[in-house]
Design a protein around this ligand. Sequence first.
Ligand code: MV4
Length: 447
Amino acid sequence: MFQKLLIANRGEIAVRIIRACRELGIKTVAVYSEADAEALHTQLADEAICIGPARAEESYLHMARILSAAVASGAQAVHPGFGFLSENSKFAQLCAQCGIAFVGPSADLIARMGDKAQARQTMEEAGVPVVPGSREPVYEAEEAKKIADSIGYPVMIKAALGGGGKGMRLAEKPEEFVGAFQTAQQETMHAFGDATMYLEKYIVEPRHVEFQILADKYGHVVQLGERDCSIQRRHQKLLEESPCSAISQKLREEMGHTAVRAAQAVGYENAGTIEFLLDKRGSFYFMEMNTRIQVEHPVTEMVTGLDLVKEQIRIAAGEPLGITQEEIHLRGHAIECRINAEDPERQFMPCPGTIETLHLPGGNGIRTDTALFQGYTIPSSYDSMLVKLIVHDKDRESALRKMQSALGELVIEGVKTNLELQYEIMQEADFCGGNINTHYMQEHYGL
Ligand code: MV4
């Protein structure tokens, strides 16, 4: 096992990783920007190294500075968390070249899954169901339109290097196609300097259902059930739950098995997520694979009793998986609400400020993942997530009531938050009835 690990991240996930390391007996090295000198992760780690100014490009995204800190501190491994460098194949490659273990899959695998058109093709060849669409990447609007016409409308136009809705356009009818294609392609050219596009039949009112998998270096893969992440606003998830209330045990096994096959097909290693779109008829389609630990991993931890971050570190250190599929039991229901510093009155703009009062809820089956403390000033340079509030109870109804109670107890004064909105969702009839899809926030709140 590693003696020392560097955390290439900040905020609650950096704290989450530090705690996992401490429990495993691993010394921790934090890196921090000038804006984070007082941050919790800086204070909690055994060592902390300042790597540059607030701007992420000069600190948390600066590969050379982070690797210098790793080498100078004698860290044998780097955990990238999520966001920042977590899915940067170049960074994973540089870690390997420095003889430092990257807690995640290989650089090559990150690159192969980061290209969504290639991932789609690989999965299709492995017999994983993909959305009906283009087989090969497309680069030219007129040629793409011929394929779109044969797929049938509406058609989704996606950028190979896109994600989070970037470089994505819907063409509802043939007349819209060429314009939509060119707009999407320009957007992806601008963002990534790449013009590779692919096409998919548009799935109407789907759910976003993703399966967590774990894979070790020896080809063992297990799946840890699913998370329903349909409640999102502009491709930012707001809350997630496990299990998905629209999935039968039979469908869960089929989707779970497919997720394992997908991971095996690419020779995956470490924690990963297979994203599916699930339509109303119960058909599911591979969408993307995420090669990092995700924000919403705690809901899976609550229903499985596993510690995913510890598992990631053990896998990176070369330990074989300590569990088999038969030993994994999904118990009860978990929900996570993301509490963000944003102003509901101003289109949910990020709202920096100082935390004047903080009261975190507690009790049986209630978990808060946060790097906040009273008196902390939220820097404006980074994302606005303040607290992940996670509850676990025996079934969905009990978990819902527990979340209502916990949200009612949470107090954050000093910044505007989306706490009220989360509270409203927890009372809303369609959400409570499990009647949700990716259009939920648009339809119910115009968001
Ligand atoms: C789709 C889709 C419907 N049909 N693809 C949005 C982000 C990107 N990862 C893929 N996305 C979608 N792809 C087809 N063929 C609907 C979405 C989508 C969506 C997916 C998951 C969660 C929220 C979403 C919100 C709007 C659109």
